[in-house]
Design a protein around this ligand. Structure first.
Ligand code: ATR
Length: 273
């Protein structure tokens, strides 16, 4: 029987996950298919029941359900528990097991470039669900300090507490000041949705230098305003599509227990932009 996988979220119609996963299934000749399924906020439990009825083999979870989904899992792996959110679920005869591949997906391109993170300082812009996975990732890489810049200070404060619990030094700056101090940080990461669809950079890029590493998790467009400006100033760039691909590959491997076909997935993804 064909195995069916899905990505659930809202909005979901522009998700690139079906294209990436179907390309991988096709490349390996697996009898599997992957669909996008819209579940509005507040309707997660019913949506999951419907997926169980069609014996979904597994699914990805995206905005706005990553945290809420934790309550509907029967089991959760270590990363899931630490981050408090899931993006990948396996369904074994109605038993749902959650994983979180966002963190490793985020770290993949850093490791690929052999960038040393130990004892470095990070300026993290954003304090939502994605930022949480990134904080856990950087704590595993043993960074020295994370400064959180966010529009809403209260959310930054919560993330600072979370970082402290993981043994990380962490402090706050506002978005305006972030642009002034960015030159003091080895890493600058944008984990907000600002930059999506061509909107402005979340922080001023004036003080970004050739020694900065700028990582924007926004992947649409590929060259966000933050990336374009930082590139002009000579910074090392890590693209949002690299994280998207990293998390997709790991989800694929959890589901199929086979190495994900990187090139096939990458070509399909980049062809979509
Ligand atoms: P995700 O799961 O992708 O992290 P999220 O939890 O909704 O999504 O977090 C979105 C992040 O983008 C938050 O840091 C949010 O800032 P607030 O905490 O102030 O809401 C940030 N964000 C979204 N739109 C923004 C905007 N127009 N200007 C500045 N920050 C914005």
């Amino acid at each position: 029987m064909t195995k069916t996988y899905a990505v659930i979220g809202d909005p979901i119609d522009h998700s690139l996950s079906p294209a990436i996963h179907n390309a991988a299934f096709g490349f390996l000749g697996l009898d599997c298919t992957y669909i996008a399924y819209r579940i509005p906020k507040g309707e997660l439990a019913q949506g999951i029941e419907a997926l169980k009825k069609i014996q979904i083999a597994g699914f990805n979870v995206t905005i706005p359900h990553k945290i809420e989904m934790m309550k509907l899992l029967n089991e959760a792996d270590e990363n899931c528990k630490t981050i408090g959110a899931t993006n990948t679920v396996v369904n074994e005869n109605g038993v749902l097991k959650g994983y979180n591949t966002d963190m490793d997906g985020f770290l993949d391109p850093i490791k690929k470039r052999n960038i040393e993170c130990k004892d470095c300082n990070v300026l993290l812009v954003g304090a939502g669900g994605a930022a949480r996975a990134i904080v856990v990732g950087f704590s595993k890489m043993k960074v020295h300090k994370i400064t959180i810049a966010n529009r809403t200070k209260q959310k930054a404060d919560e993330l600072i507490k979370f970082a402290n619990k993981l043994g990380l030094e962490s402090d706050y700056t506002d978005l305006d000041n972030a642009g002034n101090i960015v030159g003091k940080y080895k890493f600058v990461v944008n984990a907000t949705s600002v930059g999506l669809k061509g909107s402005a950079s979340p922080i001023s890029t004036r003080a970004i230098t050739k020694d900065s590493i700028v990582y924007d998790i926004v992947y649409m467009p590929v060259e966000t305003e933050l990336i374009e400006q930082s590139k002009k100033q000579g910074a090392t760039i890590i693209y949002g599509w690299e994280m998207l691909l990293g998390q997709a590959m790991r989800s694929f491997e959890i589901w199929t227990k086979r190495p994900a076909p990187y090139e096939a997935m990458k070509l399909t993804l980049l062809g979509r932009f």
